[in-house]
Design a protein around this ligand. Structure first.
Ligand SMILES: Nc1ncnc2c1ncn2[C@@H]1O[C@H](COP(=O)(O)OP(=O)(O)OP(=O)(O)O)[C@@H](O)[C@H]1O
Ligand SMILES: [Mg+2]
Length: 357
């Protein structure tokens, strides 16, 4: 394992062209040894480019890559000792499952008893132990992907295991079990795992830290709770959560209060210096409460609809043309006509030019 540092890295696939376009804009990032990360973002935002720069498939057009302080920017994939798992399984169909798993170790000259022990340990972790003598070609698509994963995991000295949407070919129930398994493997082997996905649920249930990307940029790095509670940009607020965060136009009226459609809402944000600017108030639908009375931070809205989401209700309300989504437990009584909605101060996020103040 190693600490991986990306120093002022940027990449353009047409670096010499006049209309140079960055697939990855310049950034710095350090991946902590043994960390469990997800890279999350919409299609084309640069996730695979970032991963391929770390593994050496792509040489960055700018910046340096350091493994434990050693510059590996010009080193080949094999010299970097990185394991990479792709969207579709890469296996040797003519070999048995055992030989597929053993292959990375055989190539590196490990002795037979070590290989045997390691292969059976990883096969057991991935529930492949009963298939070891079978030809890999005969297995199902998801078992083949398990073999790809296993080939990354048998090498316990790799700098990191990089996975690019590895569970796309796998059914949802098995996906869930595999993500749990990957977590266990991360805890057991202390291997740095970096998992690329555009599915927020996959990212949230897998990673300690999520790197949210948009249009070639890292927009936020944080735990699932941090991304949920304090999205750094309105993009993160829209992208994370179901439904997306509520956003409304507002203005600051004093150091911690905003005016939202004529109602003053107290926040815990220091708003000094941004008075009279057009701002946005962001609040999660999960944090809005129904109130019986007018009080601090309450607005009076009309109820438009109530949708049954199984264990939740999703209420849509209208506050003078602002559509507000409120997510409540299914047993919550929802008024039928008009309702007071309470917006707790510490859950009110204020955005200036789409960035959290
Ligand atoms: N080999 C290439 N040549 C030229 N442009 C490329 C190449 N690979 C990727 N790109 C462009 O670089 C940008 C980032 O692509 P990348 O594949 O890293 O995105 P991604 O986040 O992995 O997307 P997806 O979720 O669809 O896999 C996109 O605009 C893409 O079109
Ligand atoms: Mg990709």
């Amino acid at each position: 394992m190693a600490q991986i540092k990306l120093q002022n890295i940027a990449h353009s696939y047409n670096a010499n062209a006049k209309d140079k376009k960055y697939a990855l804009k310049p950034f710095d990032m350090t991946w902590v040894d043994g960390g469990r990360y997800a890279i999350l973002g919409p299609s084309g935002c640069g996730k695979s480019t970032m991963l391929n720069i770390m593994s050496g498939i792509v040489t960055p057009s700018e910046g340096h890559l350091l493994f434990d302080g050693v510059d590996v920017t010009e080193k080949t994939t094999s010299e970097r000792n990185i394991a990479q798992v792709f969207q579709f399984p890469v296996i040797y169909g003519t070999m048995t499952v055992h030989d597929n798993l053993a292959f990375p170790l055989v190539c590196r000259g490990y002795d037979k008893s070590f290989i045997k022990a390691k292969v059976s340990e990883v096969a057991e972790a991935l529930s492949l132990e009963n298939f070891l003598s079978q030809s890999a070609r005969k297995l199902t698509a998801d078992q083949k992907q398990l073999i790809s994963l296993g080939r990354g995991l048998v090498r316990d000295n790799v700098a990191a295991v990089l996975m690019d949407e590895p569970l796309t070919v796998i059914d949802p129930d098995l996906k869930f079990r595999l993500r749990r398994k990957l977590k266990e493997i991360n805890q057991k082997y202390k291997s740095t795992l970096i998992y690329v996905t555009h599915d927020q649920n996959e990212a949230m249930t897998f990673a300690e830290n999520i790197i949210v990307m948009d249009d070639g940029e890292i927009v936020q790095i944080g735990s699932p709770a941090e991304l949920f509670d304090r999205p750094k940009t309105t993009f993160v607020g829209y992208f994370i959560g179901a439904p997306a965060m509520n956003f409304f136009g507002c203005k600051a009226v004093n150091s911690n209060t905003i005016n939202f459609n004529g109602t003053e809402i107290t926040t815990t944000t220091d708003l000094n210096g941004i008075k009279n600017k057009d701002l946005k108030l962001g609040i999660r639908s999960e944090y809005i409460r129904f109130s019986d009375v007018v009080g601090e931070n309450t607005i009076h809205a009309s109820i438009e609809s109530v949708d049954d989401w199984g264990n939740h209700k999703l209420v849509t309300a209208d506050f003078d043309g602002n559509i507000i989504k409120i997510k409540v437990k299914r047993e919550t009584e929802v008024p039928t006509d008009r309702a007071f909605l309470m917006l707790p101060a510490h859950h009110c996020c204020v955005y200036d030019n789409e960035i959290l103040v």
